[in-house]
Design a binder for this molecule. Structure first.
Ligand code: AGP
Length: 603
């Protein structure tokens, strides 16, 4: 979370930094700040809220070298005091930081015992003070002494008054990139910010210390020895930050789902409904040797993993489960050479997912990653990578990346099932054809002209909202509930329909709204029986179905028929649109919901 932007060049830094922070705002928008080194005098501006709030105060700040930050609060509230950059006691050092310094309390106590008075509640401030304590006129030396004292994760941008033309940068488990073009140098925590601005882009690695100046970037290892860095090649990183006439990015991205799924599948499946040769490069022996598949991810990507687990059991006929990455990494998971771990992440930077992947890799387990950002850490560290081609997703609530992940998971499982012999070639081709027909069906839902106003009215007026479904419909129910919570702030939950009467049905009364997903044909009758139990207790019902057995319901959303296993790609669309229109009616900040950030880079 949080975003870092730095500039060292021949132009005024403040405006360039604010522009960059606005591009990074999706990473955190609680508060923002910048510091500019004006020939040895560091000047700072801060604001609570969006980085654009920096413009009035920063307009008077002159200087050509500076650092900026957009914050997602972890330690301390969103306030001016806690906004970055943080300065050392004398003001010699100014620091921006992404990540968490896990031993900051101990470091802070030590510094306070030496008389340092802290101005913020943040973990970051210790870094500025430590730098000042260790500084004896040698900037590189001070940084080299301080970094080993920090545990946790960090991406850092540092200014020092004695070095007015330099930004020092360093990282540990949190991404950081530098770029140059002509006489300008840029620093950013997200490579997409650099791709349109720089001709040469470098990824800083853990333990390296970078010195960014106008047009030059020098990197040293932790022993202080100069390293020769190779620039990274960035393919198709369009910022495409245009809403194209849509009121919100979320709505635009909902409508981009058919294209995202088509592009993703086009990278994997040939026109003959075959998986393209060379996909994943796994031998038949390796695939047949897989006994267990674990999908590991967070949030919506975890819901994709749940779909993956259901489909794996059905087609690949292997024991399978979805694991929340933050749980998986600490559960001492049993894995061996017969385990396949599938990592799913839009950003490729989610801290827990990355840690889970590294854990699996360290145990010698086969790992396949499904990622949307090619330059991300997970993509770079993955041996077997499937790219989703959703393009850049800007709204915090994922929609098109979610669909693209589902498409990739289906293709992966069909591939494993066919190569292992569990699925014959004709059946695999039939399923792949069905999968490739999904974008057309998504388009039919998107262009149906369905009026969501009665759904949104019910969602807003109900005292209790519960999404239910069985099997794959249950996976969609979980995602539908998350989507509604994220953007509308309506309290709701999702339940496996058969589980409701094991306790939760006590919440159901005439003020309740049950949203029943009943698309999977084999389970529809059972879900409808559970719906009746809630109706008997006075609940209102909205029913989403791919079938015709729905006359009893006042609010029915019909979706086109498809192969049962692919319904998650269709039934989620009316749920996304319901969440969007409800949030719109409630006047929520749809693209940047409160307390959330697009990329969760702290655990
Ligand atoms: C969903 O709308 C959320 N933005 C969130 O749950 C997200 O899916 C999760 O944080 C995982 O992100 P990732 O795909 O970038 O790893």
């Amino acid at each position: 979370m949080c975003g870092i932007m730095g500039y060292a060049g021949d132009k005024e830094a403040a405006d360039i930094i604010i522009d960059g922070l606005e591009n990074l705002e999706y990473r955190g928008y609680d508060s923002a700040g910048l510091a500019v080194n004006d020939n040895g005098d560091i000047k700072t501006a801060k604001t609570v809220g969006s980085p654009s709030g920096l413009r009035p105060t920063a307009s008077g700040i002159k200087g050509r070298v500076g650092i900026g930050h957009t914050r997602w609060a972890t330690h301390g509230a969103a306030s001016l005091e806690n906004a970055h950059p943080h300065a050392s006691v004398s003001g010699m050092f100014s620091v921006v930081h992404n990540g968490i310094i896990e031993n900051y309390e101990e470091l802070r106590s030590g510094l306070e015992a030496q008389g340092v008075v802290f101005r913020s509640e943040t973990d970051t401030e210790v870094i500025a003070h430590l730098l000042e304590k260790h500084y004896k006129g040698d900037l590189k030396g001070a940084v080299r002494e301080v970094l080993p004292l920090l545990s946790g994760s960090y991406a850092l941008g540092i200014l020092c008054e004695d070095y007015p033309d330099v930004i020092v940068c360093a990282k540990l488990s949190s991404p950081l990139f530098a770029g140059t073009v002509g006489e300008c140098g840029y620093l950013a925590s997200d490579v997409s910010v650099l791709s349109g601005r720089c001709t040469r882009i470098y990824r800083l690695n853990d333990g390296e210390i970078g010195f960014l100046k106008a047009g030059s970037f020098k990197v040293f290892d932790s022993d202080g020895c100069r390293l020769r860095k190779t620039e990274i090649k960035i393919r198709s990183l369009s910022m495409d930050a245009d809403r194209a006439g849509y009121r919100h990015y979320m709505l635009k991205e909902i409508y981009e789902q058919p294209a995202a799924v088509r592009r993703t599948l086009a990278g994997i499946i040939s026109g003959e409904h075959r998986i393209k040769p060379g996909f994943l490069k796994m031998s038949d022996r390796e695939i047949k040797g897989i006994n267990k598949v674990r999908f590991v991810a967070c949030g919506s990507a975890y819901h994709v993993g749940l779909v993956g687990a259901y489909v794996t059991e059905r087609l690949f006929k292997r024991s399978s489960e979805a694991c929340i990455a933050s749980e998986f990494r600490y559960m001492h998971p049993c894995m061996d050479e017969s385990t396949l771990v599938v990592i799913i992440s839009q950003s490729g930077e989610t801290a827990d997912t990355l840690a889970a992947m590294r854990l699996a890799q360290s145990e010698g387990v086969k790992v396949v990653s499904i990622v949307n950002v090619e330059s991300s850490t997970i993509a770079m560290e993955s041996d077997k990578l499937i790219m989703t081609r959703a393009d850049r997703e800007i709204a915090v609530a994922t929609t098109k990346a979610y669909s693209a992940q589902l498409a990739a998971v289906y293709a992966l499982v069909i591939y494993l099932a066919e190569r292992s012999g569990e699925l014959d070639k004709r059946e695999a081709a039939r399923l792949l054809r069905g999968l490739m027909e999904i974008p057309d069906k998504q388009e039919r839902i998107l262009s149906s002209g369905f009026d969501y106003s009665s759904v949104t009215d019910r969602l807003i007026s109900s005292g209790y909202v519960c999404f239910i479904g069985r099997g794959l419909d249950y996976c969609s129910a979980l995602e539908a509930s998350l989507k509604l919570k994220e953007v509308s702030y309506i309290r709701c939950e999702a339940y496996a329909a058969g589980e409701l009467k094991h306790g939760t049905i006590s919440l159901v009364d005439k003020n309740s709204l049950i949203i029943a997903l009943g698309c999977c044909s084999g389970l529809r009758a059972k879900t409808l029986a559970n719906v009746k139990e809630t109706q008997a207790r006075g609940a209102g019902v909205i029913y989403i179905t791919g079938g015709d057995d729905d006359d009893a319901y006042e609010n029915v959303i019909r979706i086109p028929r498809c192969e049962d296993i692919f319904y998650p790609l269709l039934e989620i669309i009316p749920m996304q649109l319901s969440a969007y229109h409800t949030a719109l009616k409630l006047g929520r900040e749809i693209d940047k919901p409160r307390n959330l950030a697009k990329s969760v880079t702290v655990e």
